[in-house]
Design a protein around this ligand. Structure first.
Ligand code: PRP
Ligand code: MN
Ligand code: MG
Length: 181
């Protein structure tokens, strides 16, 4: 697995430090509020698991899973909900957790969809922001790292469902996704 990684972009330690900072900031901002942490499956899982343990106030967490329609992933902006929330969010402040914002199309859809359910507020925390690829205007409220337009994997981020369990974020060697890998 690791032989396919050309370069470590963010080490385990760098991620850990930044996640702790984000947790502190979120703790401060949501003190006394009814917080619902909403992780978007599957990429956000490792980040969310680490982040919630750095948030030192009571919270709930839940998951949604979405998928783009059709083969041309992330081109249409039409998103299908594969797993929805289990409860009403009306008296909650929603904090959406993403591993990466790329085109922004997933989040744009999610924010609109969730807004229609009348939560108290909706904010977004992402580990990575790749603004070069944006198609929909989405700006994270909390961002771990802004990264260049490279093929990154690890810490939840996959290529063909693999590499999610790497404890760091690495850049995949082109040979890993061009040929058979
Ligand atoms: C990835 C990533 C974000 C989304 C970002 O998820 O985890 O959810 O794409 O892309 P966008 O900004 O261009 O919409 P993916 O659909 O690959 O599913 P996964 O989390 O299960 O890997
Ligand atoms: Mn995802
Ligand atoms: Mg993916």
């Amino acid at each position: 697995m690791e032989e396919k990684i050309g370069k470590v972009l963010l080490s385990r330690e760098e991620i850990q430090k930044r996640v702790a900072e984000l947790g502190e900031e979120i703790t401060r901002d949501y003190k006394g509020q009814n917080l619902l942490v909403l992780a978007i499956l599957k990429g956000a899982v490792p980040f969310m698991a680490d982040l919630i343990r750095e948030i030192k106030i009571p919270l709930k967490y839940d998951f949604m899973a979405v998928s783009s329609y059709g083969a041309s992933t992330h081109s249409s902006g039409v998103v299908r909900i594969l797993k929805d929330l289990e409860r009403s969010v009306e008296d909650h402040h929603i904090l959406i957790v993403e591993d990466i914002i790329d085109t922004g199309l997933t989040l744009k859809y999610l924010k609109e969809n969730l807004a229609a359910r009348n939560p108290l507020s909706i904010k977004v925390v992402t580990l990575l922001d790749k603004p070069d690829r944006r198609k929909a205007e989405v700006v994270p409220d909390y961002n771990g790292f802004t990264i260049p337009d490279e093929f990154v994997v690890g810490y939840g981020l996959d290529f063909d469902e693999h590499y999610r369990n790497l404890p760091y974020v690495g850049i995949l060697k082109p040979e890993a996704y061009s040929a058979e890998g």
